[in-house]
Design a protein around this ligand. Structure first.
Ligand SMILES: NC(=O)c1ccc[n+]([C@@H]2O[C@H](COP(=O)([O-])OP(=O)(O)OC[C@H]3O[C@@H](n4cnc5c(N)ncnc54)[C@H](O)[C@@H]3O)[C@@H](O)[C@H]2O)c1
Length: 254
C-alpha cells in the first residue's frame, strides 16, 4: 500500500522548484496534494496528474504572508480533499534574492523576506493546527537550509530567516507534542532547482566550493530531498519531532 494512502498534504511554494518535486513525491505515495504558491501552480498540478496514476492534486494561489489567505486556504483544502494531515512549509523568498552586503540590503526587502519565510510559516502552522489539534495528528515539515550552520555571507536576510526555522521547529514541536503533531526541519544543501540553475556564471564558483565540501561530491538535485520529505510526512516518523535533518551530501560543516 502507498505510504501516504488516505492522507492530505499542503505543499507551499509548489508551483515550481523543489516544492513541485515534494508535491509529486507525496502524490506518488498516495497523498492528495494541494500545491500552494503565490504563482499559478496549475501547470505543476496538471503535470503530476498526467504522470502519476490516480493522483488527486490541485493548485491554490495564495500569499502565505497573509493571515486571512492562509485561513481560507486551509478551509478550501479541507473542503476540496476532505481533511488535512501534512503541511510542508517550503515556500520562501529565495530564488529571487541576490547576494548583497548586509548594510546594503533594502530594509523593506529585509522585512518582506522575514514576512514570507518566517511569518508565512507561522501563519500556515496556525491555520493547519486548527485541523491537526482536534484530530490529534499532524505532520509539519519546515524547510530550512544548511546555510545556517555555515554562516554563508551576503545573504543575511535569507540565512537569518532560515536560522529562525531551526528555533521555530524546536519550540513548536514542544507546544504541539501533546496533540501528537510532529514538527521537523528539513534542511537542504545547495540544490539545482530552476532558481539555482538560472544563476549566471558567477554562481559556478560557489557551486564548485559547495560540492568540494561534501562527502558525496556531486551536485544535489531536488530528487535527493524527496525521500526525506516523504519519510517526515509518513507514519514511519511518528515518534520523531523537533529535529533538524540536513540533506546535503554530508557537508561536515552542517
Ligand atoms: N535550492 C537550494 O539550493 C536550496 C537550499 C536550501 C534551502 N532551500 C529552500 O528550499 C525551498 C525551495 O527552494 P527553491 O530552490 O525551489 O526556491 P524557489 O525560490 O524557486 O521557490 C520558492 C517558491 O516559493 C514561492 N513563494 C514565494 N513567496 C511566496 C508567498 N508569499 N506565498 C506563497 N508562495 C511563495 C515562490 O513563488 C516559489 O515557487 C525554499 O524554502 C528554499 O529556501 C533551497
Amino acid at each position: 500500500m502507498p505510504r501516504l494512502d488516505g492522507k492530505v498534504a499542503i505543499v507551499t511554494g509548489a508551483a515550481q522548484g523543489i516544492g513541485a518535486h515534494y508535491a509529486r513525491a507525496l502524490a506518488e505515495e498516495g497523498a492528495k496534494v494541494a500545491l500552494v504558491d503565490i504563482l499559478d501552480g496549475t501547470a505543476a498540478a496538471e503535470s503530476i496528474t498526467a504522470d502519476v496514476p490516480g493522483a488527486d492534486v490541485a493548485a491554490f494561489e495564495t500569499d502565505i504572508s497573509n493571515e486571512a489567505a492562509c485561513l481560507k486556504l486551509v478551509d478550501d483544502v479541507v473542503a476540496r480533499f476532505g481533511g488535512l494531515h501534512i503541511l510542508i512549509n517550503n515556500a520562501a523568498m529565495f530564488g529571487t534574492l541576490k547576494p548583497q552586503p548586509f548594510d546594503e540590503i533594502d530594509i523593506d526587502l529585509w522585512d518582506r523576506v522575514q514576512a514570507v519565510n518566517v511569518r508565512g510559516t507561522l501563519l500556515m502552522c496556525r491555520a493547519a493546527a486548527k485541523v491537526f489539534r482536534p484530530q490529534n495528528y499532524g505532520k509539519i515539515v519546515n524547510v530550512g537550509s544548511d546555510t545556517i550552520l555555515k554562516g554563508v555571507p551576503f545573504m543575511l536576510h535569507y540565512v537569518t530567516s532560515k536560522g529562525a526555522m531551526y528555533a521555530f521547529t524546536r519550540c513548536l514541536a514542544n507546544e504541539l507534542g501533546e496533540h501528537n503533531i510532529c514538527v521537523n526541519t528539513l534542511a537542504p544543501g545547495l540544490t539545482m532547482s530552476e532558481a539555482v540553475e538560472s544563476w549566471g556564471p558567477e554562481g559556478d564558483h560557489d557551486k564548485g566550493l559547495v560540492i568540494a565540501a561534501r562527502a558525496l561530491k556531486r551536485p544535489q538535485v531536488p530528487e535527493d530531498l524527496t525521500g526525506a520529505c516523504v519519510f517526515l510526512s509518513s507514519p514511519e516518523s511518528d515518534f520523531m519531532t523537533g529535529q533538524y535533518v540536513a540533506i546535503n551530501g554530508g557537508d561536515c560543516f552542517s
